[in-house]
Write a protein that binds this ligand. Structure first.
Ligand SMILES: O=C(O)c1[nH]c(=O)[nH]c(=O)c1Cl
Length: 310
């Protein structure tokens, strides 16, 4: 069995990447990922200036997944750009960079800086952070998304990707696919970000479990798998010439297989990585190999996008 993937000019020996935000905020965390079984790694979404993020507790796990309202804590884009400058792109694993500006101007300033640096990285522009009080998710505003992508394409002259929030209606799948179809620079879409503004309740304490936003936060883990798979399949169908990165609910080789069957080129692991640590990537990789062997598949292309309908 061969798990190799070649896409958008990068080669990965397996399709597993961390989800942006998990185990990727500091150089130490990124180096731990680089030494893990990950096929590639992505940095925490960065902003123009460093941010402390929301007050804690801002992350909690449950039996079925996680809730977070981190508030974009990060070291600022210069820190991640510096890491990318020192990175051994030639011999190391591919490096992806997540960008999540607090405004159009901030996004343009950061993307221009990444363009100027001309590093062999892939940029994932985050349209879907659900945890900035008072700020709507760009990904749910189709005109704002189209404007942002048109402006970014002028300052960042290479293919890049977007991190999308989950959509829940075929009309919205279509409207966002039209926006992305109209932007030739989009080489990939990552589906999905956490399901925004869920509420987890601690029954004993009769209380919420995170401090920000009176307990509201993005939901990840088992809760989101069906929604993640639907978004992967719907965007892969609507954007045949672009890659889809599957993210949401992956905690074993089984869900990784499902995402690829639904059309994902590669997949990202979030909540499971946060809870279990980088060792889960080797476990998931091996589970995927065994599952492919059981099913008689030799490569990912043997089944990618071949989800049967009834
Ligand atoms: O609160 C966060 O930092 C955060 N949390 C998420 O679940 N998704 C995001 O894109 C971001 Cl930016």
């Amino acid at each position: 069995v061969d798990l190799a993937v070649a896409w958008l000019g990068i080669q990965m020996d397996n399709p597993l990447i961390n989800a942006s935000g998990v185990m990727c905020r500091t150089v130490e965390e990124l180096e731990a990922l680089r030494h893990s079984a990950a096929g590639a790694l992505i940095t925490k979404s960065c902003t123009l200036e460093p941010r402390k993020g929301n007050p804690e507790p801002r992350y909690a796990s449950t039996a079925l997944g996680s809730i977070n309202s981190m508030g974009l804590p990060n070291a600022g884009y210069r820190y991640y750009l510096d890491y990318a400058r020192r990175y051994d792109h030639e011999h190391g694993k591919p490096l992806l960079m997540s960008v999540s500006g607090m405004s159009l101007e901030d996004n343009l300033e950061m993307m221009a800086a990444f363009d100027e640096a001309a590093l062999p990285v892939l940029v994932e522009l985050n349209l879907s952070c659900p945890n900035l009080p008072g700020k709507p998710q760009i990904g749910y505003d189709f005109e704002a998304s189209a404007r942002l992508l048109a402006e970014v394409s002028k300052v960042y002259r290479r293919p890049f990707g977007v991190k999308l929030p989950p959509y829940f209606d075929p009309v919205h799948f279509g409207e966002m696919a039209d926006v992305l179809d109209g932007c030739p620079s989009i080489g990939f879409v990552t589906c999905i970000n956490s399901i925004g503004n869920g509420l987890v309740i601690d029954l004993e304490r009769e209380s919420v479990v995170i401090r920000p936003k009176d307990g509201l936060g993005g939901i990840g883990g088992d809760y989101v798998l069906p929604t993640a798979l639907a978004n992967v399949r719907e965007f892969a169908r609507r954007l045949p010439g672009r890659h889809v990165i599957g993210c949401g609910g992956i905690r074993s080789g089984r869900e990784a297989f499902m995402h690829i069957l639904a059309g994902a080129t590669v997949v990202q692991v979030g909540t499971c990585l946060y809870e279990e640590g980088p060792a889960c990537l080797a476990r998931i990789r091996d589970e995927l190999v065994y599952l492919m062997q059981d099913k008689g598949y030799r490569t990912l292309t043997d089944f990618r996008g071949r989800l049967r309908t009834l």
